[in-house]
Design a protein around this ligand. Structure first.
Ligand SMILES: [Zn+2]
Ligand SMILES: [Zn+2]
Length: 322
């Protein structure tokens, strides 16, 4: 009897939630790495996937191994492939132990891997790129933990100046009058591992366009597990989904014990199916693939329309000429 081949592993979950791609792997206790290429950002680094190397920044929610295990390798691969020093934004209590971990690697490898570890205080912002900021929000888990929200800052003309002509506005600006105010638009929020708490109802979460949320447990007999491990249970989601206005909610960190079709069933029937259209499971490969194929087909249909009209115009020209 010939032994069977080992199972293929490591397929990335993928969702295109315009304008963002959410891609990565997330299974409770095993690994979580979730990349948003459009933001040049990766949430957590439980395993260093090839795709995640292109993100220059990791927002590390907490230091459980399933969220952190790939970090030194990620720093090292960024260096090996000469794509620049990676940076990791983390809870202030995690920063020094992480630096110590990287120092230990120097003793092991007898070479220093360039890395940048940035402690981000809860309620403060870190600039990712022009007008895009990463805000840390303290959450509650069995290790010091942060959730994150990526916020876009836009300056808007103050209401009282709306009716003024351009040259008058220019004059005011030259006189040093502050004619604009800054507004904040929360784009993508990430809960990390956490138990439910008031922090998840904050404006940044309530108004985010996309929320990536952990939801570790679904079975009703797993409620006590969720409580002990300080995780979210699907029953906690209902009240959150009533407050979260997000167009898309992506559930991650689902326990291996839970069958994906059962988890899907739970979220599509919750609150009479009220959230079925906007809640997705990152690791639901089948449903997500079908959804993506629909998106591709719809995009192709849209692209065909102008071509058709060109053909129609040609026919018209031909007819008038003929
Ligand atoms: Zn975890
Ligand atoms: Zn954890």
């Amino acid at each position: 009897m010939i032994p069977s081949m080992p199972p293929r592993e490591g397929q990335l979950g993928f969702l295109y939630l315009p304008p963002f791609r959410i891609q990565g792997i997330s299974v409770a206790g095993e690994q979580t790495v979730i990349q948003v290429p459009e933001l040049d950002l990766c949430f957590d680094m439980g395993q260093c996937t090839r795709a995640s190397l292109s993100a220059p920044t990791i927002a590390l929610s907490h230091c459980h191994m399933d969220h952190l295990g790939g970090l030194p390798y990620w720093f090292s691969q960024r260096q090996f492939q000469k794509i620049g020093t990676g940076r990791c934004v983390c809870h202030p209590r995690a920063a020094e132990p992480l630096r110590a971990m990287m120092r230990a690697w120097i003793d092991l490898e007898l070479q220093r891997t360039p890395h940048e570890i940035i402690a981000l205080e809860p309620d403060s912002d870190f600039e990712l790129k022009n007008n895009l900021f990463l805000r840390a929000i303290e959450t509650s888990h069995t290790a010091p933990s942060l959730g994150f929200v990526v916020i876009e800052r836009r300056s808007k003309l103050k209401d009282e100046f709306h009716d003024l002509p351009q040259d008058r506005l220019r004059d005011l600006k030259q006189q040093g009058v502050e004619i604009t105010r800054t507004i904040e638009i929360p784009l993508v929020a990430y809960t990390g591992d956490t138990e439910p708490g008031p922090f998840l109802f904050r404006d940044e979460f309530a108004n985010a366009k996309v929320i990536i949320s952990e939801c570790t447990f679904f079975e009703s007999e797993h409620r006590s597990r969720a409580k002990i491990g300080k995780h979210l249970h699907v029953n906690d989601l209902s009240s959150l989904l009533q407050v979260w206005k997000a167009e898309y909610v992506v559930l991650t960190h689902i326990s291996r014990r839970t069958a994906i079709p059962f988890a899907r069933e739970c979220v599509t029937t919750m609150d009479g199916g009220a959230h079925a259209h906007r809640v997705h499971l990152l690791m639901d490969f089948r449903t997500n693939k079908q959804r993506y194929e629909r998106q591709v087909a719809e995009a192709e249909d849209r692209a065909e329309l102008p071509q058709k009209s060109v053909v129609e115009r040609d026919v018209e020209i031909h007819e008038t000429n003929g």
